[in-house]
Every structure is written in structure tokens, then in C-alpha cells.
Write a new protein. Structure first.
Lengths: 125, 332
């Protein structure tokens, strides 16, 4: 467990709860928001080591959040959760350096991916 | 070639005198007239009998036959083109249906994926700690239950979406499903402090429709209006205005609310299946889509239009019943 800050964006309360639960196993600093717009606002406010965002959200989509993150926090690692994404979207965000996790997924798969991303994240400034 | 009897050119026509003077001219006139009548009736196989003598009657028969052939050819071509067009149109309809189905399937997959992810994660987390008792995992079990119930709701919403091809249609007053919807929603509307007014044009035709499905449409539209009005501050007026009118054999039911209206950028998507502005779990995103389908099945239209004051207006237009109101005693 470390304090690498993780930002979670998912509009689905149930899924968000689960994401937070797994993320909290890995970090003591987890922030969760329920829309793309709030995610971008949070990114503007402070730095995160890892962003985990859903694709389809009200306000701004996961792709828009990832684009904003690339500009605002270039060091932040990116994970996109996709339910029914077309390949073009996946290719776009993968090109931007994001990992994509397809729904539905289990706790172990998520934990493994988050761990790998945090291990690759640069030390907090 | 034999010259016309009075010396006029063939092209100049068949002067009555000369025609009449020809032997058996009455019979030939009758014959050609009969061919022309058959052609006019759409039988393009009709042909005049020719003598091949080059006399005016033969020339006339030749011209009639040539015209018939030309017309038959053009008509056949037109029929073929129309057939091809019909084929293309049905292919387009099929493609559109497939596209709608694909969209629906995509929406269903997305909606099911959320609770499915939660269930998969929860069960995995529980399996990681099999030493714990079931009782200590009560909250998790409740979350799983919640997620699976949600999946059930999605499935039944899809079932409703696909249903309704065979509706029992009867002639009814358009006011009836509106009143029925208002009666069912009376309590929630009152609780949200919403004032509802209904205006009806005095001579309103009846419509042919299914009372339950029309009622479902109005419940949906009124619930949406209620939800839109509920977010307003207490000092803003919370009003729903229902207006029933008729023009050009269309009965129009307009539901206008004093809410914030629908943002311009999302207005074109509101009738799409699974499109919802409500928080997850608070709307299937199928309400307007289903309502749109129901009204279309009634041969009518459902559209959204913003109001000048910024509120939302949904307009249902249904064809007026052809018959004047029945004088029978079964009026609702």
C-alpha cells in the first residue's frame, strides 16, 4: 500500500464503489467522481499518479477525460474502462498510452492492471 | 403505294370524306377504335390488323401499332424501374432496422456490463476470502442482489421495447389516456408541487388507438416533465400545460412544462434507445424511445420542440378517426 493518488471516474455508482474498493487496497489516496466533467475538474486541481475512467459518461466522455489528462497531467498513467467500445476508440486511447480494460472484468484483473500501472508511474513530485 | 383518293398526302391525315368513301371503312374504324380503347385501358398488347396495302387505313393502323409498341416499351421500363426502386427501398428499411437493432444491442450490452462488472468483482473479492462467513459479507451480497435486479429490469425493458406489434386498436377519445395518466400520476405531481392545466378544443375528433399504450406514452411524458420540474428552485413556477387541439385531420396533444428544457446538443438524441440524462438506475433510457415507437404504430408522430420561454414541449399527433363520434353508449 502506498499513497500514490488515484482518480476514478465512473457514472455508475455500483461500478464506482467496486473500483474504489480495489483501488483502496493499493493506495490510501483515492478520489472518485461520477462524470467526465468532474474528472477534468479534479485533474485541473491536483496531480494524480493514475487515472481510471469509464468510457461512456455524461458531460465529457472517457476519451475526452484522457485527452484532458494528457495535457494537464502528462505524467499520469491512464486506464480506460470500456463496455461496448468500438475498436477505433480503443485504438485512439491506446495510442495515447492508455491501457484498456473491457467490461465485464473481475477484481483480480483490475487489481493486476492497476498494480502494473502504479509500478510504472513516476514517483510523486 | 396507292395514292389517297383525293390526292391529299398520307401524313396530312385521313379526310373523312375519303375515309367514308372507302369500302368497309366503318368496320376498320370500329376495329382501330377498339384497339385504341384497349390501349387506353392499359392493354398494350392490342394491335390493329393491317392490310399492308399502304392505304390511309393501313397507315393509321401502322401508326397506332407503332405507338402502342413504344408506349408498351416505356411502360415496361417504368414498371421495372419502380420494381427496382421498391426493392431498394425495402433493402433500406431492412438496413435501417438492422442499424436500430445493432444500436439497441449495443445499448443493452453496455447497460448489462455495468451490473455484470460489479457482480464479477464482488464474487471474486468474496472468493479471495472464503474463510469469512456469509453473514460478514452481507453488504456485498446485497450489492450483488441489487446488481442482478438491475439486470432483470434491463431485460424487461428490452422486452417491452420489442413488444407491441399487435395492439388492440379501438376508437377512443384522445382525452381518455391523458386523464388516465394524470390520475395515476396525481400523487407524485402533487408531491412535487406541480400545477397541471388541461385545455381541450371543444370539437375534438376521436382517434383510433390502444388506450393502454397511449396512456403509457402520456405517463412517460408527464413523468419526464415532473422530473425536469423537480430540479427547479422553489420560487420558480412548476407548471405543466396539456393542450388538445385538432388541425388538418390530426389530433394534437401538446405537453409543455416550465422546466429548464432540453439542451440543444442532446435534443437530437433523446429518442434514441438507452439515451438518458437521468442518473444511472433512475431511468432505463427507453421511455421516449418506446413512446416514439408506440405513437408511430398509431400512424402518428411524437416530437420535441423547445418553447420560447425555455421549457420543453412534447407534441403527439395522431390521425383523427375517419368516422364521426359514434352515437353508441360505450363512450368512455
Amino acid at each position: 500500500m502506498n499513497g500514490a493518488p488515484i482518480l476514478i471516474a465512473d457514472d455508475d455508482e455500483l461500478v464506482r464503489t467496486m473500483l474504489v474498493r480495489v483501488a483502496e487496497e493499493l493506495s490510501s489516496d483515492v478520489v472518485a467522481v461520477d462524470s467526465g466533467t468532474s474528472a477534468i475538474a479534479a485533474l485541473r486541481e491536483r496531480a494524480f499518479a493514475l487515472l481510471v475512467t469509464d468510457l461512456r459518461m455524461p458531460g465529457a466522455s472517457g476519451v475526452e477525460v484522457i485527452e484532458a489528462c494528457r495535457t494537464l497531467r502528462p505524467a499520469c498513467r491512464l486506464v480506460l474502462l470500456s463496455g461496448y467500445a468500438d475498436d477505433a476508440v480503443v485504438a485512439t486511447v491506446e495510442l495515447a498510452g492508455a491501457s484498456v480494460l473491457h467490461k465485464p472484468f473481475g477484481a483480480a484483473a483490475l487489481r493486476e492492471l492497476l498494480e502494473a500501472q502504479l509500478a510504472a508511474a513516476p514517483a510523486e513530485r | 403505294m396507292a395514292a389517297p383518293s383525293d390526292g391529299a398526302s398520307v401524313a396530312a391525315g385521313l379526310e373523312i370524306d375519303s375515309v367514308d368513301s372507302a369500302p368497309a371503312s366503318g368496320h376498320r374504324l370500329e376495329q382501330i377504335t377498339e384497339v385504341l380503347v384497349r390501349l387506353a385501358g392499359g392493354d398494350f398488347s392490342a394491335r390493329a390488323t393491317r392490310s399492308y396495302q399502304g392505304d390511309p387505313w393501313d397507315v393509321l393502323a401502322y401508326m397506332v401499332n407503332a405507338t402502342a409498341e413504344e408506349v408498351a416499351f416505356v411502360i415496361a421500363q417504368l414498371r421495372e424501374e419502380r420494381r427496382q426502386l421498391g426493392e431498394i427501398r425495402s433493402q433500406l428499411i431492412q438496413a435501417e432496422k438492422l442499424a436500430a437493432l445493432g444500436e439497441l444491442a449495443g445499448g443493452v450490452a453496455h447497460e448489462l456490463n455495468q451490473p455484470l462488472t460489479a457482480i464479477q468483482m464482488l464474487t471474486e473479492l468474496m472468493l479471495e476470502h472464503t474463510e469469512e462467513t456469509i453473514g460478514s459479507r452481507r453488504t456485498d451480497l446485497e450489492l450483488i442482489q441489487k446488481a442482478s435486479l438491475r439486470m432483470g429490469r434491463i431485460v424487461s425493458a428490452v422486452r417491452t421495447f420489442g413488444r407491441g406489434i399487435q395492439l388492440d386498436m379501438r376508437e377512443l377519445s384522445p382525452r381518455r389516456p391523458v386523464d388516465e395518466a394524470l390520475r395515476l400520476l396525481a400523487e407524485p405531481l402533487r408531491a412535487a408541487h406541480i400545477a397541471v392545466t388541461v385545455e381541450e378544443q371543444p370539437t375534438l375528433s376521436r382517434v383510433v388507438g390502444n388506450a393502454e399504450s397511449l396512456q403509457q406514452v402520456f405517463i412517460n411524458l408527464l413523468s419526464n416533465a415532473r422530473d425536469a420540474l423537480s430540479v427547479l428552485d422553489e420560487d420558480n413556477p412548476r407548471e405543466i400545460e396539456i393542450a388538445l387541439s385538432e388541425a388538418a385531420e390530426l389530433v394534437c396533444i401538446a405537453i409543455t412544462d416550465s422546466g429548464p428544457g432540453i439542451p440543444e446538443d442532446i435534443a437530437p438524441r433523446i429518442f434514441d434507445p438507452f439515451f438518458s440524462t437521468k442518473a444511472v438506475g433512475h431511468g432505463s433510457g427507453l421511455g421516449l424511445s418506446i413512446s416514439h415507437g408506440i405513437i408511430a404504430e398509431h400512424g402518428g408522430t411524437l416530437r420535441y420542440e423547445p418553447t420560447a420561454s425555455g421549457g420543453a414541449r412534447f407534441v403527439v399527433e395522431l390521425p383523427a378517426a375517419n368516422e364521426p363520434p359514434a352515437p353508441r353508449g360505450d363512450r368512455p
